[in-house]
Design a protein around this ligand. Structure first.
Ligand code: 16G
Ligand code: MG
Length: 531
């Protein structure tokens, strides 16, 4: 029987009785020390997922991204480096919540039956973690899960989330026409680094790029990338690179801090004319920024990256600043569609386009070339040297982009390439449009599951009547826009607002948040009245 050893192994990683786990937008995420049983069980499920995919390699990443150091998380990566197929998320949650060790075995048997899995297939898993202190404990739990099901497992150590996505895709495409690269850290650096140099060499060299690595895994990894590129075209200075001292990860630094607070990270002094960017704790998000001559801070977020990169259709979420959407539609004259928050939703929309660009305002995104675009490129016969060069550059561009998932390092090289080719400063790039003032608030409610949305999360369908209230508030503000959605990562409801002025925007945000609190079971403190 394939699962007979499971209860014995499971007993080593007991589930806390009082916690209910949920595979959310980006996997499981909570206090690190509460995740031991969950990570063990994710190891078991990874084995089944691999068997359901005829023994292709499945990835397991242990990280909590931009969240606090005490948190941790775990998510599964499907064979082409994409997020776990959504229909399996329910299995993850069910297994994580199985009450007893015997129940863990029964849930596995149930999944194997439902998915008609041939459990005699050798399962293969590639795993890695970020720099968090709970990482080693959780890695041990994962390894027990993999051992219980006799998985062929490979530990890729401490790498960024997108690096593991890349490695999984490389492993499963090796030797095929879709081969993606060498499935190693060195292979990653060589692939992206050489594509970058192919695109920029011969142009004017850029000045130093200052990188805030959030005191996370991006710090050592971007240094290795720089060593591999080894060229004046990639001249970086890494800040917030302390991955050893406890209590520093993501604190007052990193992409999420910079985007949420609209200010530079601690540990970085902005000099006018200087060029700056921030990664998040697992290096799958990036935002850029600079100070103007008056010392004022300017943010170039995921929306700005999308408009820089977009030459084809693009996918945004409701959080995209209204100015960016107008710019894409009216100035670039490109179609843009909206998807629900979370990479998996954007990714699937972008896959439908020939060359699909997707970015969340928070700095997570990438570009996808669908098979028809790749075939067109393969079959293109140049009729002039200029055309041959253009085709060559498109191939290099494709090699520069991590298509499996948004990737701070690959996106950084992409932005640098475009800026170098256009000979643009960050301020030149920023000219495209001016963001409308925006505000994001959080409201804690008794039960966030009563919040249901449609229209890519821009319209509430439940609680009944609340959307009408929001609409009537929004109508009072020039260029006002606001939406309410339940968070997929926290037990809270988010309220986003934007309007023509900072004052209006804040008033709109707090009025909507107050209405949510009053009409839908607000808990704790009412969102402070804005006056
Ligand atoms: C996760 C998502 C991110 C999304 C955020 C929204 C991935 C890899 N990450 O961090 O894309 O913007 O959740 O969080 O999908 P929320 O639902 O709590 O607002
Ligand atoms: Mg992240």
């Amino acid at each position: 029987m394939p699962f007979t050893k499971v209860p014995e192994y499971s007993a080593k990683h007991p589930k806390p009785a009082d916690i209910t786990y949920e595979y959310g937008t980006a996997g499981f995420r909570t206090i690190g020390e509460n995740l031991e049983s969950t990570v063990f069980r994710v190891g078991l499920l990874a084995a089944l997922r691999s068997q359901s995919k005829q023994g292709q390699v499945i990835g397991v990443m242990i990280t909590a991204s931009h969240n606090h150091e005490r948190d941790n998380g775990v998510k599964l990566i499907d064979p082409l480096g994409e997020m776990l197929q959504q229909s399996w998320e329910a299995y993850c949650s069910k297994l994580a919540n199985a009450a007893s060790d015997a129940d863990v075995q029964s849930v596995l048997e149930e999944v194997a039956r439902a998915e008609k899995i041939d459990t005699s297939i050798k399962a293969k898993v590639a795993y890695a973690r970020d720099t968090r202190p709970s990482g080693p404990l959780l890695q041990g739990a994962l390894e027990d899960g993999l051992e219980a099901l006799n998985v062929e497992a490979t530990n890729y150590g401490i790498i960024s989330t997108p690096q593991l996505h890349y490695i999984v895709r490389c492993l499963n495409t090796a030797g095929t026409r879709a081969a993606y690269g060498e499935p190693t850290e060195t292979g990653y650096n060589a692939k992206y680094g050489s594509a970058y140099l192919r695109l920029v060499e011969g142009k004017e060299k850029p000045t130093t790029l200052h990188i805030d690595a959030a005191n996370g895994v991006g710090a050592p990894q971007v240094r290795k990338l720089a060593e591999s590129i080894n060229s004046p075209y990639f001249n970086i200075e890494v800040h917030n690179h302390d991955t050893e001292t406890l209590g520093k990860l993501n604190i007052d630094c990193g992409a999420d801090y910079v985007k949420s607070n609209q200010r530079q990270p601690a540990g970085v002094t902005l000099i006018p004319g200087g060029r700056y960017c921030s990664f998040d704790g697992d290096a799958d998000r990036i935002v850029f920024y600079y100070a103007d001559e008056a010392g004022r801070f300017h943010l170039l977020d995921g929306d700005k990256i999308a408009t820089l990169v977009a030459t084809s259709a693009s996918v945004q979420t409701a959080y995209a600043n209204g100015s960016s959407t107008s710019f894409i539609k009216d100035s670039l004259k490109l179609p843009t569609v909206f998807a629900k928050t979370g990479v998996k939703h954007l990714h699937h929309e972008a896959e439908k386009m020939a060359i699909g660009v997707y970015f969340e305002a928070n700095g997570h995104g990438t570009v996808l070339f669908n098979p028809s675009a790749v075939t067109a490129l393969t079959n293109a016969t140049p009729t002039s040297p200029a055309q041959a060069d253009a085709i060559e550059r498109l191939w290099a561009l494709r090699d520069l982009i991590n298509e499996s998932v948004g990737d701070a390092m690959s996106d950084m090289l992409l932005v640098e390439t475009i800026l170098i080719c256009k000979q643009w400063t960050l301020a030149d790039w920023d000219q495209a449009y001016t963001d409308l003032p925006s505000r994001l608030l959080k409201v804690v409610v008794n039960d966030r599951s009563v919040f249901q949305t449609t229209n890519a999360e821009q319209t509430l369908t439940s609680p009944a009547g609340l959307q009408d209230v929001v609409d009537s508030i929004v109508a009072k503000f020039p260029k006002g826009r606001s939406f309410v959605r339940p968070s997929g990562t926290e037990d809270a409801v988010r309220v986003y607002a934007e309007a023509a002025t900072r004052h209006d925007c804040d008033q709109l945000a707090y009025t909507v948040a107050g209405a949510v609190f009053d009409k839908a079971g607000g808990r704790g403190e009412r969102p402070a009245e804005f006056l």
